[in-house]
Design a protein around this ligand. Structure first.
Ligand SMILES: [Zn+2]
Length: 301
């Protein structure tokens, strides 16, 4: 089996132009074919070495794994944490996975490994109650009611206003003092900008997703749809269009858009390392496919 070449670390200028290409994938065929090629990534040498030496031990459960343990959410012995990038995120992420989803196939774990402080994974039906925080949470899901990323703040503000009205309409708690404070909060521009605190992703095959999505604990939440992008996922689901992203791709693309559309900052590759494992595994599979290697599946999990 041929070993993948390192993903090249491009200069910042190139990275910015790559971002433009991803936004409009039709403009350049190379970027459309392989949007992972110009990512701003930490050195993947540690993954190359780990891949050469084969499976290693999970220091928590002792299981034999490649790169990381998908049950303990930690890297294996021959992938030291200090050689992995640590990604800072602008908000918290909850990932709800279907109990039948094979853990080894999930890319959601990549997010937990690379941004452990910001990411929590829950196994359905054990999920948090979001009712109290429904004005600062969004479910990333392409449903009939879903809105675009740039409209998130507007819709969450509407929820805050409705909540205030709802409370004032309650004859048992007619607190004018409280009303005033909440209205002041609404007028505070800083408060407006930081409305969204947490995003939720459903991690399962698309056929299983519906059961989780229709759970009443998630139904009341603001639903947000991503811009159309093509997946690079090697476990592309049969019968589904190539715009159905893997979970880590969806998280990554959400954050890139959030950065430019909501934080109004220029994207300089800040979240590219979320694809540290993904891009490496993608290259391995791609190279193996090119060389006609039938042992492809053994490369990963
Ligand atoms: Zn383990």
């Amino acid at each position: 089996m041929s070993l993948s070449p390192p993903i090249f670390l491009k200069e910042r200028e190139e990275n910015n132009s790559r971002f433009v290409e991803i936004q409009q994938p039709q403009t350049t065929s190379t970027a459309a074919e392989d949007p992972l090629q110009n990512l701003c990534l930490a050195s993947q040498e540690v993954l190359q070495k780990a891949q050469q030496s084969g499976r290693s031990k999970c220091l928590k459960c002792g299981g034999s794994r490649m790169f990381y343990c998908y049950t303990c959410y930690v890297p294996v012995e021959n992938v030291p944490t200090e050689q992995m990038p640590l990604v800072k995120l602008p908000l918290k992420i909850d990932i709800i996975k279907h109990p039948n989803e094979t853990d080894g196939k999930s890319t959601a774990i990549h997010a937990k490994l690379l941004a452990p402080e910001f990411v929590n994974i829950y196994t359905y039906p054990c999920i948090p109650e979001y009712e109290e925080e429904d004005h600062e949470v969004a479910l990333i899901f392409p449903g009939p009611k879903s809105v675009s990323i740039k409209d998130i703040s507007f819709h969450l503000q509407k929820r805050i206003q409705n909540n205030v009205r709802g409370k004032n309409g309650d004859p048992d708690k007619p607190s004018s003092k409280r009303k005033k404070t909440e209205e002041q909060d609404l007028n505070d521009s800083k408060y407006k900008e930081t409305t969204l605190k947490k995003i939720i992703f459903i991690d399962s095959t698309w056929n299983q997703t519906n059961k989780i999505f229709t759970d009443e604990r998630l139904q009341g939440l603001l639903q947000v749809e991503l811009k159309t992008r093509k997946t690079c996922f090697w476990r592309h689901q049969k019968g589904k269009p190539d715009t159905f992203l893997s979970t880590i791709e969806a998280i990554y693309y959400f954050l890139v858009d959030y950065h430019t559309d909501i934080l109004k900052e220029k994207y300089k590759g800040q979240y590219d390392n979320l694809l540290f494992f993904y891009s490496f595994m993608y290259q391995l599979i791609k190279n193996a496919k090119c060389s006609g290697d039938k042992e492809t599946r053994k490369i990963t999990h």
